[in-house]
Design a protein around this ligand. Structure first.
Ligand code: NAD
Length: 418
């Protein structure tokens, strides 16, 4: 990951780019560029050897005009206040882009969970849940998984919250295991919306996805599910990577087999159906039809963008392009389909999970997938209509125009008080 750019400044620049296509005064837009509040806390947690370690943790509540704050919790050594602020802002515009009734939030703990035992990770998680308790709730702020967190952590947070509140409130958090109130289809939802965006994008651009070659950077939850479902569309997955390196076979390989190899060995490297091992940067500049960045923000900077050979980029990760990379790719006519649409499947099925939790009535997986398809294809239609109407330079700017209009309308209806 390049540290060339502060992701919070990237978010603000994206809003400014869209502002040129909106007729709002600057003061109206200014308040959409800053979080409403950020909780910063230091968690003191007992380690297995009896020592105490302190972990920095954040929760940013960016904007609640369209509904409760919503967004994941990330465990990563690079978590910072500005990263969490940026991610919470992207959640506001993502929920608005796909028109689900949430604002945006995000949290993170500065922690590499691989360096700690399961018991230590559980105590850190429950300690954060205790700190979050006054700020979250099914009508207030609803966390979810993100990088290095999953069902296990969500179940712990739900249990801690419910125990302290002496209640049952599964809708306080989403991304839970099905037995704890999770939704069918949630684990695959982010990759599924990446697939749906890819399918619609190829169709819109008059290209055949069945003929496409695909490289995927980051083979975790979002990337590996996207690869599997795009493989099912008939595309040819030719390269995948994770933090250990990249593997390549110009003739393609089975995305599921690559995932099984990663599950067994911990990494995609050494995958037997690959013919070459590449560096992570080499994967990004392969001559493919579709590139899917699915790792972390700032993966593609301006210099790498000059070398990218893909015709289409569908962003599975949040903020994988720096603003400079975005400009370079726009100039080079690379079609970039933005994160706030492409990876919105995660938060959309989180919304379905929350609806099911509140109704205590659970849906079959097919219903979840059908409703998700409806949300993403509607959002895609709105995107291309706005792209054509505004003549915006990129699909990202057009998607922000759609999203900002929705947030501003909700804010104006509510008014400013006090
Ligand atoms: P994950 O931890 O499951 O996977 C991340 C993957 O990226 C891992 O395989 C890791 O090894 C790899 N990686 C890290 N650095 C890399 C590098 N420099 N080069 C290549 N690979 C690298 O996380 P995830 O949940 O799949 O999230 C990935 C991205 O998708 C993040 O930006 C996240 O915010 C976004 N996202 C995830 C969800 C979700 O529901 N999981 C929803 C929306 C957005």
């Amino acid at each position: 990951m390049s540290n060339e750019v502060n992701p919070f400044e990237s978010l603000q620049e994206q809003i400014d780019d869209a502002a040129a296509y909106l007729e709002y005064p600057t003061d109206v837009l200014e308040r959409l560029k800053h979080p409403e509040r950020v909780l910063e806390t230091n968690l003191s947690v007992e380690m297995d050897d009896g020592s105490i370690e302190v972990f920095k943790a954040f929760r940013s509540q960016f904007n609640g005009d369209r509904g409760p704050y919503k967004g994941g919790i990330r465990y990563h050594p690079q978590v910072s206040r500005d990263e969490v602020k940026a991610l919470s802002g992207w959640m506001v515009y993502k929920c608005a882009a796909v028109n689900i009734p949430y604002g945006g939030g995000k949290g993170g703990i500065k922690l590499d969970p691989r360096e700690y035992s399961d018991g230590e990770v559980e105590r850190v998680t429950r300690s954060f849940a205790k700190e979050l308790r006054p700020f979250i709730g099914e009508n207030r702020d609803i966390p979810a998984p993100d990088v290095n967190t999953g069902q296990r952590e969500m179940n712990w947070i739900k249990d801690t919250y419910e125990t302290l509140e002496n209640t049952t409130e599964p809708g306080v958090i989403t991304g839970k295991a099905p037995e704890s109130g999770g939704s069918a289809g949630r684990v695959e939802a982010t990759g599924r919306s990446v697939m749906l965006t890819t399918r619609e994008a190829f169709d819109y651009l008059g290209k055949d996805v069945g003929e496409a070659t695909v490289a995927v950077q980051g083979y975790g939850n979002a990337g590996s599910v996207a690869a599997k479902l795009i493989d099912d569309l008939g595309a040819n997955i030719v390269a995948v990577s994770d933090s250990s390196g990249a593997v390549y076979n110009p003739d393609g390989f089975d995305a599921r087999a690559a995932k099984s190899h990663k599950n067994e060995t911990g990494s995609v490297t050494g995958f037997e159906d690959a013919t070459e091992e590449l560096t992570n940067e080499e994967l990004l500049t392969l001559d493919v039809d579709l590139l899917i960045p699915a790792a972390l923000e700032n993966a593609i900077n301006g210099d790498i963008a000059q070398e990218v050979q893909a015709d289409i980029i569908v962003e599975a990760a949040n903020g994988p392009l720096t603003p400079r990379a975005d400009d370079v790719l726009t100039d080079r006519d690379v079609a970039v389909f933005p994160d706030i649409l492409a990876n919105a499947g995660g938060v959309t099925v989180s919304y379905f999970e929350w609806v099911q939790n509140r109704q205590r009535f659970y849906w079959e997986e097919q219903r979840v997938n059908d409703e998700l398809e409806r949300v993403i294809t509607n959002a895609f239609d709105n995107l291309v209509k706005t792209y054509e109407r505004t003549d915006a330079p990129s699909f990202r700017t057009a998607m922000y125009v759609v999203a900002i209009e929705r947030v501003v309308n909700a804010a104006e209806e509510a008014g400013i008080w006090p």
